[in-house]
Design a protein. Structure first.
Lengths: 101, 155
């Protein structure tokens, strides 16, 4: 329960930060999607953080931060967008992990 | 009919102590990625993406510039030619902004034999100087090596 709540809260914070004015329904859906696989394990190391970024990136949580949404699925876009998105997401996850300890 | 498939081994040496991103979780075009802890939040990263292309390196760079400049917050610069073991690549720099601050990207782009290889490094602009040397060292190590051959003997 503790881990679940921790994961839920963490991703709620992350998604709120990353997506800002998202429609509530979509936000809740994304939180549920993002929380489910992560509730079972805690993000203690940067490896864990790195492993969990892609699902959120694909969901669009990082796409806005990457500022490369205009690229759509361009493979070039993945490289550049990923570099920015993964950096932001890993940082936010790392901060929220650090705060929870 | 026999057919041969060459699996290309794409290779570069990341900076020391950087953590590899689990490749299962990367988009298909991104072949490998590495992260390190940032001093001020944003985590510097390095990744290698591959795209099948029909254009020349020069045309490709023009398209890249166009795409990056679609976002008025981006500033794109061609830093010139960069020698790798696979040939002369083009080094470009993109400055962009996000919620954690100003971010600088270095992209090394090499178009060779119908493929564009894109090495992207990123860090906060204020921390970029600290990582710049290791990014360039990693870029220099980029190689494409035929790793293995698969013989498909099925009809």
């Amino acid at each position: 329960m503790g881990i679940f709540f921790n994961g839920f809260f963490r991703f709620g914070v992350v998604l709120s930060i990353l997506k800002g004015g998202i429609h509530m329904k979509r936000l809740m859906l994304m939180i549920l999607i993002a929380t489910a696989p992560l509730a079972a394990r805690d993000c203690d190391t940067i490896d864990d953080l790195a492993q969990n970024t892609d699902a959120l990136y694909r969901e669009g949580a990082c796409a806005g931060d990457g500022a490369y949404t205009a690229l759509g699925l361009s493979m070039l876009g993945w490289g550049a967008g990923l570099a920015v998105g993964i950096g932001v997401l890993a940082a936010v996850l790392h901060q929220s992990t650090a705060h929870s300890h | 009919m026999l057919s041969f498939v060459v699996i290309l081994g794409l290779f570069f040496v990341p900076p020391k102590d950087w953590k590899k991103v689990d490749s299962e979780h990367l988009p298909a075009s991104v072949k490998s990625g590495y992260l390190c802890k940032g001093e001020k939040g944003f985590c510097p990263s390095l990744n290698l993406a591959v795209e099948k292309v029909k254009s020349t390196q020069e045309q490709y760079i023009k398209s890249v510039r166009k795409i990056h400049e679609l976002n008025p917050q981006n500033r794109w610069r061609n830093l010139g030619s960069f020698q790798t073991t696979e040939g002369d690549a083009i080094l470009t720099e993109i400055d962009t902004k996000n919620k954690l601050g100003d971010v600088r990207l270095l992209q090394l782009i090499l178009v060779k034999e119908g493929y564009a290889y894109i090495l992207t490094a990123s860090a906060l602009k204020e921390e970029f100087g600290k990582h710049c040397k290791e990014f360039q060292q990693s870029f220099k190590t980029f190689q494409i090596k035929p790793e293995s051959f698969i013989v498909d003997a099925s009809n």
